[in-house]
Design a protein around this ligand. Structure first.
Ligand code: CTP
Ligand code: MG
Length: 235
């Protein structure tokens, strides 16, 4: 069954600081979004990429994609995004042609994901999992706190989950298409990833090994790291 990737790229990138929408910022001279599209198109499984552009930036994104060569075996579509990541993903799913039975959802903000990670996710969906996430063990101990009313105030610690059972999850997350569509139709509260919506349907989500280079570019230091990784790849 054919595989499509939806790439939500409609966020502003508030945590990165002032400037262009995050997905359009350059990494070593090439927009982050182009790196992300190439990373997904590098998988021989992926035959369509749907980019969800900033609401007023669809034309700009379309011309960027036209200007940067993609593998001829990968088609692309551009649709305008929404107010939340969740809404942007749903708008991408709405544009998905009928023949695609497997969908990957990949943050434009994870431009350096290796093709091995993409392929591992696709293969786990092909093996029958309705939802698959790439995941990494944590370096830091994680605490649950009672969030402070004002930023900077001390916060009481509520619990310390056992670190060895925790995973940081990345993208692309992979789905049986009908399952993901149903999740987006059913779950209305705000979530921070797509797989958690499938969990809410009562289905089992599985984790496969993620990759350090699939980190999300969120804060200014992440730009430094991303450019260093790219420079190392060129050596
Ligand atoms: N995203 C989107 N539509 C939105 C919000 C986010 O398509 N309304 C996308 C972003 O473009 C990004 C991915 O979801 O590729 C992950 O979101 P995040 O890293 O939070 O990016 P931003 O929302 O842009 O950043 P910030 O939260 O710092 O503003
Ligand atoms: Mg955000």
């Amino acid at each position: 069954t054919p595989v499509a990737a939806v790439i939500p790229a409609a966020g502003r990138g508030v945590r990165l600081g002032p400037g262009a929408p995050k997905a359009l910022r350059a990494l070593n001279g090439t927009p982050m979004l182009i790196h992300a599209v190439r990373a997904l198109a590098a998988s021989r499984h992926v035959s369509l990429v749907i980019v969800v552009a900033p609401p007023d930036g669809a034309a700009e994104v379309k011309s960027l994609l036209d200007a940067h060569a993609l593998p001829v075996s990968t088609d692309f579509l551009v649709v305008p995004g929404g107010e939340s990541r969740q809404e942007s993903v749903r708008l991408g799913l709405d544009a998905l042609p009928p023949q695609y039975g497997i969908v990957l959802v990949h943050d434009a903000a994870r431009p350096l994901v290796p093709v091995e990670t993409v392929d591992a996710v696709v293969e786990a969906v092909r093996d029958g999992a309705p939802a698959v996430v790439p995941a990494l063990a944590l370096a830091d101990t994680v605490k649950e706190v009672e969030p402070a009313a004002a930023a900077g105030d001390p916060e009481p610690v509520v619990a310390t989950p056992e670190r060895s059972r925790l995973r940081a999850v990345q993208t692309p997350q992979g789905f049986d298409r009908a399952t993901l569509v149903r999740a987006h139709e059913t779950v209305t509260e705000n979530v921070t990833d797509d797989a958690s919506m499938v969990e809410q349907l009562g289905l089992t989500v599985v984790a496969v090994p993620g990759h350090e280079e699939a980190f999300k570019v969120t804060r200014p230091l992440d730009l430094v790291l991303a450019e260093a990784v790219l420079a190392r790849r060129r050596l």
